[in-house]
Design a protein around this ligand. Structure first.
Ligand code: HEC
Length: 300
């Protein structure tokens, strides 16, 4: 019995240790394309981002000065890296594997595409294929999101439209996210919603959503798929929350920058501590003086 455990443990360790050589990219990810054309300006922005995020391991493209990790991070100019489709580089940079970190929470999709445009600058044979536009004639730069509050049932309606044949038309099937903007990041409201044939998606707002002292909440609506819709978003403030009064950080006791705001117990403890320390120092000095005096008396 014991032996078979050991046997399976051994096999298990071996399977875990075995290096996964092939990095499989799901087909729908591998075929993803950049929503914008690569240009000198995207390459320049990409170079800055590459130096900040990737160079520490992947080195300078074409110089083969990569960090000796296992497996090796390929040089961006190498055939190994350039053999990837644009979507595959995007997927691998977003997901990471082993020592290759995941960048999906660090870099926006657009910044990742800028890095890819920089990497492609080291491949003379590269010809870019650009993502198909939303609909013939519609361009992702002209996607517009607008927010309306339907007070009676506490719903935020997000309408998505894009220009097609110079006419603004609704965009159906767009996945949207709604956030409430906070000091330290965005708080998602509900699940991802998809626009209907009229280009409209509905988000239910919680009844007790806290706002500022006037009940104002800052809302941000975004398309999930940045590849198709670019960075289309709507950013508005609406009085849809419950008014909440929060004293500013420099008011009341939040900061004890002046004596008036200081609680008594704090002042008391502080002065007792300071007096105790000085008192001890004086006591020691006094004792030293007594010693010194008695010494000089003995000598004389
Ligand atoms: C901490 C070191 C490190 C950093 C930083 C890093 N990488 Fe990597 N990268 C690796 C390693 C190691 C591999 C090999 C991983 C493997 O094959 O399992 C790798 C592999 C890759 C691959 C796959 C190449 C192939 O074999 O097809 C891509 C694409 C890639 N990195 C892109 C990037 C990009 C873009 C950045 C910056 C945004 C970046 N990496 C930052 C270490 C790093």
């Amino acid at each position: 019995m014991k032996r078979s455990y050991l046997f399976f443990l051994f096999i298990g360790l071996f399977v875990i240790r075995a290096p996964a050589q092939e990095w499989i990219v799901p087909a729908e990810n591998g075929s993803k394309l950049s929503p914008f054309a690569f240009s000198d300006s995207t390459r320049m922005a990409g170079a800055v981002l590459y130096n900040l995020n990737c160079k520490s391991c992947h080195g300078d493209p074409g110089m083969n000065n990569v960090v000796k990790l296992v497996p090796l991070p390929p040089d961006p100019a190498s055939a190994k890296m350039q053999g990837n489709s644009d979507g595959a580089i995007f997927y691998k940079a977003a997901e990471g594997r082993g020592t290759m970190p995941s960048f999906k929470n660090t870099l926006t999709a657009s910044d990742t595409w800028r890095i890819i445009s920089f990497i492609r600058g080291f491949n003379e044979n590269y010809v870019q294929e650009i993502a198909k536009k939303l609909a013939p004639g519609a361009s992702f730069e002209q996607v517009k999101l607008s927010l309306v509050w339907m007070q009676e049932n506490n719903i935020i309606q997000v309408a998505v439209s894009a220009l097609k044949d110079r006419v603004r038309q609704p965009v159906a099937g767009a996945e949207l996210k709604l956030f409430v903007k906070k000091y330290f990041g965005n708080l998602p409201v509900g699940e991802v919603q998809t626009t209907d044939n009229k280009g409209i998606a509905l988000f239910h707002i919680p009844k007790s959503l806290p706002g500022d002292s006037a009940g104002i909440v800052r809302l941000l609506a975004k398309a999930v798929d940045e590849t198709a819709f670019g960075e289309a978003k709507a950013d508005t403030s609406m009085a849809i929350g419950v008014p909440v009064y929060r004293p500013p950080l420099n008011q009341e006791r939040a900061l004890w920058n002046v004596g008036r705001k200081t609680p008594f117990w704090l002042l008391f403890t502080y002065f007792v501590c300071v007096l105790a320390v000085w008192g001890f120092i004086f006591y020691v000095m006094l004792q030293l003086r007594v010693l010194y005096k008695s010494d000089s008396i003995n000598k004389s």
